[in-house]
Design a protein. Structure first.
Length: 132
């Protein structure tokens, strides 16, 4: 996983059984989980312009394969995301955004969520902060 330090493999161990240590310097302060139904995600891919999907894996077969792989790796038996559990165990409550809800103001929710920890900047904000 992304947040683990390369395990030191001892005698009689392999990488799978070696103790995994989390690199706390890599753990983010904020986590956002985007959720959408399979049908919604498949429809979004179908709506992409042809020139954008030509010679890519953005097709029905590729999408079905990636969704199945994601579910295999990220859904616990309870239906709760294993990824969400990883962060919750470290007292980092993720913001969950349902991308299928058109009335959901995702960007405002995201900005508010990030600003609870620190001020959020983008390039247009930075112009106002630069002193010449």
């Amino acid at each position: 996983m992304l947040f683990f330090i390369e395990p030191k493999v001892g005698e009689g161990e392999d990488e799978e059984t070696a103790e995994k240590v989390i690199d706390e310097n890599l753990i983010p302060e904020s986590v956002v989980l985007l959720q959408g139904t399979d049908e919604f995600l498949k429809q979004r891919v179908k709506e992409l312009p042809e020139e954008r999907v030509a010679n890519t894996h953005y097709n029905e077969e590729g999408m079905n394969r990636r969704l199945a792989e994601f579910k295999k790796n990220n859904d616990a038996t309870t239906g709760e995301s294993i990824l969400a559990d990883f962060f919750k165990e470290r007292f980092i409550e993720p913001l969950v955004i349902n991308v299928t809800n058109p009335s959901n103001d995702s960007f405002d929710n995201l900005r508010t969520f990030i600003e609870r920890v620190r001020i959020f900047f983008n390039q247009s904000d930075l112009k106002d902060c630069i002193i010449f």
